[in-house]
Design a protein. Structure first.
Length: 117
């Protein structure tokens, strides 16, 4: 039997404590408007190119925080991205590693990454 499951990732869920604050923070670092609807009082779908991101305040707890990056945001200029995040006051966890990536935390402590594409 051929598998009906596609070799695609539809979306990644990120646990957040406050859906409105998280929406505003993520949209700010991604230079996106914050005019999308918060669904069911706890979900915000970030308009992405490619794999989606859903912020979810219903799944948030200290145990569900992402302790290691599960994905990375792409950039064409890693140095510019690093300086941008520093300028925004983002909690940066590493310097630029191997001229290719760095890690940071969102306000809830989720570990995330930016990587040169």
């Amino acid at each position: 039997m051929k598998s009906p499951i596609l070799n695609q990732i539809g979306t990644v869920f990120i646990p957040v404590s406050d859906i409105e604050k998280a929406r505003d923070w993520y949209c700010d670092i991604l230079d996106l408007p914050t005019d999308g609807e918060i669904q069911f009082g706890h979900l915000y779908v970030i308009p992405m190119n490619g794999t989606g991101i859903v912020l979810d305040s219903k799944i948030f707890s200290e145990e569900t925080i992402l302790k290691t990056p599960s994905f990375h945001f792409n950039t064409e200029n890693i140095g510019e991205a690093y300086q941008f995040m520093k300028h925004k006051g983002v909690n940066i966890m590493t310097e630029i590693e191997h001229h290719h990536y760095f890690t940071f935390k969102d306000p809830d402590g989720n570990h995330l990454m930016v990587c040169k594409c």
